[in-house]
Design a protein around this ligand. Structure first.
Ligand SMILES: Nc1ncnc2c1ncn2[C@@H]1O[C@H](COP(=O)(O)OP(=O)(O)O)[C@@H](O)[C@H]1O
Ligand SMILES: [Mg+2]
Length: 170
């Protein structure tokens, strides 16, 4: 499998996909979140944080000005938003590599700002396909990330029927 995608019908569903992925994370992982402004990168990141067990009282917002937020959970979570990164040097100052290849989970919004467009990790691309719908593409690199997405695919596929039947029952 090189890539797999799911369609989200609304913010709550994107959050739920993030939660499902977050629950599956067991080891250091670098997640690269691509998508235009408003695509839902932060919503998805929030889901991952919840799935990892970040205290639900703590708000998860884009670290647009601070560039990085750190949360404690089952695994330490480092949430980067590189939108305002002015030069790659700043990444060195931030100690980016220590986080990205450290012992926690690192989420990166705007990974296009990284020097290396082929940064190995779990690439997730959110595309707006309607006001409230998004297609979420998963392109895992490396064996562990591929296995992770196969597991996520299994969970999402088996849940889709019950989601559908819930929707029909409404
Ligand atoms: N299916 C969806 N998934 C995620 N967000 C959605 C969806 N439909 C509508 N939205 C809205 O799009 C916006 C996404 O915001 P955000 O996650 O901050 O985007 P980004 O971090 O990519 O700039 C929110 O206002 C959210 O309510
Ligand atoms: Mg954001």
């Amino acid at each position: 499998m090189s890539s797999w995608s799911v369609v989200s019908g609304g913010e709550a569903q994107t959050l739920e996909f993030g939660i499902k992925l977050g629950r599956l994370l067991q080891q250091p992982t670098l997640v690269l979140l691509q998508g235009d402004l408003g695509a839902g990168k932060t919503v998805f990141a929030r889901g991952i944080a919840r799935g990892l067990g970040v205290d639900p009282q703590i708000p998860i917002t884009s670290p647009t000005f601070t560039l990085m937020n750190h949360y404690r959970a089952r695994l330490d979570l480092y949430h980067f938003d590189l939108y305002r990164l002015s030069a790659p040097d700043e990444l060195v100052e931030l100690g980016f590599d220590d986080y990205a290849y450290g012992s926690g989970v690192t989420l990166v919004e705007w990974p296009e700002k990284l020097d290396n467009p082929d940064t190995p990790g779990l690439w997730v691309n959110l595309k707006r396909i309607g006001d409230d719908s998004r297609e979420i593409f998963f392109s895992p690199q490396g064996e562990t990330n591929r296995e992770l997405i196969i597991m996520l695919q299994g969970i999402c596929t088996s849940n889709q029927d019950s989601d559908l039947s819930k929707a029909e029952g409404m």
